[in-house]
Ligand binder design. Sequence first.
Ligand SMILES: NC(=O)C1=CN([C@@H]2O[C@H](COP(=O)(O)OP(=O)(O)OC[C@H]3O[C@@H](n4cnc5c(N)ncnc54)[C@H](O)[C@@H]3O)[C@@H](O)[C@H]2O)C=CC1
Ligand SMILES: O=C(O)[C@@H]1CCC=N1
Length: 271
Amino acid sequence: MALSQIAAQGLVLLGCGKMGSAMLAGWLSEGLPASSVWVIEPHPSDWLRGTGVHLNQPLPDAPAIVLVAVKPQMMGDALPVLQALGNGETLFVSVAAGTAIATYEEVLGESTPIIRAMPNTPAAIGRGITALIGNTHAAEDHLSLAETLLAAVGQTVRLDHEGQMDAVTGVSGSGPAYVFHLIETLAAAGEAQGLPADLALQLARATVAGAGALAESAEESPAQLRVNVTSPNGTTQAALEVLMHEDEGFPNLLHRAVTAATERSKELSRG
Ligand SMILES: NC(=O)C1=CN([C@@H]2O[C@H](COP(=O)(O)OP(=O)(O)OC[C@H]3O[C@@H](n4cnc5c(N)ncnc54)[C@H](O)[C@@H]3O)[C@@H](O)[C@H]2O)C=CC1
Ligand SMILES: O=C(O)[C@@H]1CCC=N1
């Protein structure tokens, strides 16, 4: 099914905060007409008001997809509004972290096709990646419908089982924040070495963006790309000896960070 077919039946977005807006911005820029999108959002931003979507208006009877993008903690209040669309043709896709498929089935009915997805905010510029897993009522058609929608804002990957979702959340869902923090801290380190703040930020931002683009397009592995920068006994080697330190270096730090995010996702699922 193409984006135009989703447009014909309608798309409902429940919650349009940071992640909902990132995806909506991507869909609108890919040509999804604002007139085929219904958004339920108690605190709409000026940007959302300006998009021309149906905002807090009565919903269509059988939209192609309802996309749930409220915080896990708000789910109990938010989901019942959608109950009337359950057990029908409408596909539900939720991007909420740490909210198990069973939670949606309890409210929407067990025969509702439900897909749990984990996107990330680069979706706003069509560079996201979303992992997907469906319930037993999510047929191949439903998965490819969700992929059509999510592929409009980046890559998609299917998971083998729902248990993988916690680690996916720790790597790619939360991951952009780690990279933004890398930019912030690289710039701060440049400032500490005497660079003006705006120059340090420009250098850090361009370096992370350029290295990311190279890592994505190059045939060499990230490890080889790192070696290509590292002259024997040069400046990079001096830095990497700090970053690759067994206890205090990047590997241990990122391992702990991703473990913390994964464990938090599991905790949220337990309620
Ligand atoms: N921000 C991110 O990078 C990512 C977020 N997610 C998931 O997306 C979901 C939303 O996260 P954010 O956008 O970051 O949070 P957010 O707080 O920016 O957005 C949530 C939105 O839901 C609205 N809302 C609250 N109660 C509502 C209700 N009863 N009905 C409709 N809307 C309601 C809020 O006004 C708010 O605008 C979360 O479940 C999160 O786990 C998933 C992947 C990445
Ligand atoms: O921080 C969170 O809980 C959400 C899920 C992944 C990114 N943001």
